[in-house]
Write a protein that binds this ligand. Structure first.
Ligand code: PMP
Length: 399
């Protein structure tokens, strides 16, 4: 049956991990994968997660199915985390929400919902560049992928004018995907003032905003600050939809904990939206896994544990911010002639170094430092111990 089946290309990031594993260099560095590491380079299970998991296990809860939309205590708390306690749509019961298979699953439900019901063109505008999976998720959902300008490679910063111009040129009522914070892969976020202008442009075009928030709290260390864009859009009267992930901010990667929500115009509309979300989810995977959602729910709903978690998120964000500063400082100490301000200006797990594909290949082949060819490095993989060698390697290539 499969005699004619073509070989698919390998996943770019997993390919890097393979090459890294094969490398015999004793001080090799892997900056490809987007997962947090502690200062010893080890995966980090948050103490609040350990505590919450123990509480969940000790309750000997049954393993019955959750409903189609998941664990209600979890989704309620997830909405509160994203939209904030003062959110009018939340207080008025206008937000439809479902648990999802982490952020990717949330995007996929959103893609399916828009493909089926969005009254306008079945296309979605994503930034250039964007998380590589956006294209695949949305085209598998049956949406056409279009792009808007985002990153300016000359300034290694935001192409704000290009972005706003592109938003203004989109056909009225276009769907636009926005990274809520910690843009992946560039680490380049709009400022709050720029978000205000983006919101105005989106409103002017009567566009439909779809927020992807995979890093709430992980970017700045403050979950409210990282939710600025989403909350500002709501305050401005937009009715967006939102994909949330708890992979990064709770370190629950493999537990696949996320949520997808749609802000609607009325409590009555919300009920109808809810019913259609269920009809989409049921044949996709029937209902979501419960364990990770119970952990997240325990953390979000217990005030003391929630406070502890917020401290731990801050700790992760601060370690990343410190590593950015150290990398820049080391490069400057070596006498680098390049400007490295973008390393500390950018935010979140990733830094766009500005290194070319050829330079990234050199970095791997000559210095055993592995990351994607677009010049993106996972700052979460930098440690006090390897930052010196990393800076030297980059300096030897870039000068
Ligand atoms: N969106 C963006 C921008 C991401 O970077 C990620 C994680 N790499 C995700 C969504 C979803 O990840 P997950 O499915 O693990 O929650």
């Amino acid at each position: 049956v499969w005699a004619q089946l073509p070989q698919g290309p390998p996943d770019a990031i997993l390919g890097i991990t393979e090459a890294f594993k094969k490398d015999k260099h004793p001080k090799k560095i892997n900056l490809g994968v987007g997962a947090y590491r502690d200062d010893k380079g080890k995966p980090y299970v948050l103490p609040s997660v350990v505590e919450a998991e123990q509480r969940v296990v000790q309750q000997y809860l049954d393993k019955e199915y959750a409903g189609i939309t998941g664990v209600p205590d979890f989704t309620k708390a997830a909405a509160l985390l994203a939209y904030g306690p003062d959110s009018a749509p939340l207080k008025e019961g206008r937000i439809a929400i479902t648990q999802s298979i982490s952020g990717t699953g949330a995007l996929r439900i959103g893609g399916a919902f828009l493909q089926r019901f969005y009254p306008g063109a079945k296309a979605i505008y994503i930034p250039t560049p964007s998380w590589a999976n956006h294209k695949a998720v949305f085209s598998d959902s049956g949406l056409e992928i279009k792009q808007y300008r985002y990153y300016n490679k000359d300034t290694i910063g935001l192409d704000f004018d290009g972005m706003v111009a592109d938003i203004k040129n989109m056909p009225k009522g276009s769907i636009i995907l926005l990274h809520a914070c910690a843009h992946n892969p560039t680490g380049v976020d709009p400022t709050e003032d720029q978000w205000r202008a983006i919101s105005d442009a989106v409103k002017e075009g009567e566009h439909y905003p779809f927020f992807d928030m995979a890093y709430q709290g992980f970017a700045s260390g403050d979950t409210d600050k990282d939710a600025f864009a989403v909350r500002h859009f709501l305050a401005e009267g937009h009715l967006p939809c939102l994909a949330q992930s708890f992979a990064k901010n709770m370190g629950l990667y493999g537990e696949r904990v996320g949520a997808f929500s749609i802000v609607t115009a009325s409590a009555e509309e919300k009920v109808r939206v809810d019913s259609q979300i269920k009809i989409i989810v049921r044949p996709l995977y029937s209902n979501p896994p419960v364990h990770g959602a119970r952990i997240a729910s325990t953390i979000l709903n217990d005030p003391a544990l929630n406070k502890q978690w917020l401290g731990e998120v801050k700790g992760m964000a601060e370690r990343i911010i410190t590593m950015r500063a150290l990398l820049k400082e080391n490069l400057e100490k070596l006498g680098s002639k390049q400007k490295w301000d973008h390393i500390t200006d950018q935010i979140g797990m990733f830094a766009y170094t500005g290194l070319t594909a050829a330079e990234m290949t050199k970095l791997a082949e000559e210095h055993s430092v592995y990351a994607t060819k677009d010049g993106r490095i996972s700052v979460a993989g930098i440690t006090s111990e390897n930052v010196g060698r990393l800076a030297e390697s980059i300096y030897k290539i870039k000068g």
